[in-house]
Design a protein around this ligand. Structure first.
Ligand code: SF4
Length: 90
């Protein structure tokens, strides 16, 4: 079973608003490390080289916050009760 198959076993309940928001002034060069650091692969580079982020599917591991510190985010919190990831461990 590969990583994507394992991630697909999890259940994710989205919120109406994002629980993690990348700051508008965050350095793109600093965010690039998250392309490989986020275990869910939620940070991606688009065709213009800009780092994009979709919080849906977040594993709530905190890696992005530790790697890029709070300055890179205008909001970083855990999802509200009843929302977010439910691990099913394959
Ligand atoms: S908390 Fe973990 S899974 Fe969620 S966006 Fe950050 S690095 Fe990715």
């Amino acid at each position: 079973m590969n990583l994507n198959d394992k991630l697909a076993k999890n259940y994710y309940q989205p919120e109406n608003t994002a629980h993690i928001v990348v700051a508008g002034n965050a350095q793109q060069s600093a965010l690039k490390i998250l392309l490989n650091a986020c275990p869910a692969g939620l940070y991606r580079m688009n065709e213009t080289g800009e780092i994009t982020f979709d919080p849906n599917g977040c594993l709530e591991c905190g890696t992005c916050r530790i790697v890029c510190h709070d300055e890179a985010f205008s909001l970083w919190r855990y999802p509200a009760a009843g929302c977010g990831v439910t691990f099913r461990f394959g």
